[in-house]
Design a protein around this ligand. Structure first.
Ligand code: G3I
Length: 360
């Protein structure tokens, strides 16, 4: 074969490839997923060595094409931000509603995403019927068990892991005086894990909490809790470090939260990361390059610490919602803030590069 023939053949090959890329880009603006797109362009799911997830708002997933396409492209793991919580799926004693959660599951199956379940037991987002429930300790135990086993059973084989108990420890390291502790005593936590395990023995079960980077007090209390569960033979597989943190947090605290949790030998999920830029609620704050760079450096610190733990313990990193425009922080604290790696125009921020830099 002559050089000219080879050259011609290469040109044809190149034109076909470019045509494919341009078709794929065109498809990415429509609601229908392109099965080839995530592998062709750079993305978190392609470039990071462990699962990368986002908490997903089901209403936005249904109605917003940019949001949906960004989730399809960037992430290989998803968590329901609210759709699997008690009040969402079990709003009255006899009423179960899995419509939104099932939509999220169908989306995950169609697009090859792992689903992490959040959350089976929490003191917040409870429906009124639970807060007002009158009954004996046995009635409360039945309520706890029925809820956990109905939800886990419903998603058996589709949800690979659960936040079984969420935020049971207070800031001062004591057990939070939640309605569950009041009605059932602190040992209910171990039973919650056992009930979940009975309903799906293959699901990985996590204890999930925030503030592990605040300092040693809360962190130690959480580690004592999970260690004692483990020592009692309770089926616990991992620790969720929520990591709702702030740009002013020290690198030492961020790193210690991850390394001390990993020292338990359990799987580690950075389960709800966002890094607030405006923790002091400054109403006139504006987003600047300097702030963006500081945030990128903090994302890098966290990812680097996570990348340093043993591979078998790296369950993944999940950000809490997708873009700054969807984050719970601005509305919850009534302030401007920009906590996530994507801006409200669905563009990558400096923080995105910070994440990539964390594994270099
Ligand atoms: O859907 C209703 C809507 O119908 C109603 O009109 C509106 C009026 O307030 O409320 C809407 O529900 C809100 C829901 O988010 C959906 O937007 C709830 O009030 C609001 O309380 C709920 O907030 C969620 C919060 O958990 C409480 O469940 C946030 O979106 C969610 O980001 C936040 O997530 C938690 C994690 O589960 C646990 N760790 C901390 C994290 C942040 O707080």
């Amino acid at each position: 074969m002559s050089f000219r023939t080879i050259n011609f053949a290469l040109k044809i090959l190149l034109s076909v490839s470019l045509l494919n890329i341009s078709c794929a880009k065109h498809e990415s603006t429509s609601l229908a997923p392109s099965p080839t797109l995530p592998m062709m362009e750079n993305s978190l799911q392609k470039d990071m060595p462990f699962p990368m997830g986002a908490a997903v708002n089901v209403n936005l997933l249904k109605s917003n094409t940019n949001y949906r396409n960004l989730v399809i492209k960037e992430f290989n793991s998803i968590t329901a931000e609210n759709a699997m919580k008690f009040a969402a799926v079990h709003s009255s004693k006899e009423i179960w509603n899995f419509t939104d959660a099932d939509y999220l599951i169908d989306f995950a199956i169609a697009n090859g995403k792992r689903v992490h379940g959040h959350t089976l037991n929490w003191y917040k987002s409870l429906p009124d019927w639970v807060n007002n429930f009158q009954g004996t300790a046995a009635d409360w135990e039945n309520l706890l068990k029925t809820h956990i086993q109905t939800v886990v059973g419903h998603f058996k084989g589709k949800v690979v892991s659960w936040d079984v108990v969420n935020e049971a420890i207070d800031e001062d390291g004591t057990m939070r005086n939640s309605i569950w502790v009041q009605k059932l005593g602190v040992d209910y936590i171990g039973r919650a894990f056992q009930y979940a395990h009975e309903a799906d023995p293959n699901a990985l079960l996590f204890y999930n909490d925030y503030g592990q980077e605040f300092g040693p007090t809360k962190r130690t209390a959480i580690l004592n809790l999970v260690t004692s569960l483990k020592n009692k033979g309770i089926p616990i597989d991992g620790i969720g470090i929520q990591m709702h943190t702030r740009v002013t947090q020290t690198d030492a605290n961020l790193t210690a939260a991850i390394s001390t949790a990993a020292a338990t030998g359990l799987k580690i999920h950075i389960s709800e990361i966002d890094i607030a830029l405006n923790p002091d609620n400054n109403q006139s704050m504006v987003y600047t390059t300097a702030l963006a760079d500081q945030q990128a450096a903090k994302y890098k610190t966290i990812v680097k610490a996570f990348n340093a733990i043993p591979k078998g313990q790296q369950f993944g990193i999940t950000q809490w919602n997708v873009t700054d425009g969807d984050s719970w922080i601005p509305s919850n604290y009534n302030r401007p803030d920009w906590p996530l790696p994507f801006d409200s125009n669905y563009q990558r921020k400096a923080a995105y590069q910070g994440i990539l830099d964390g594994v270099k």
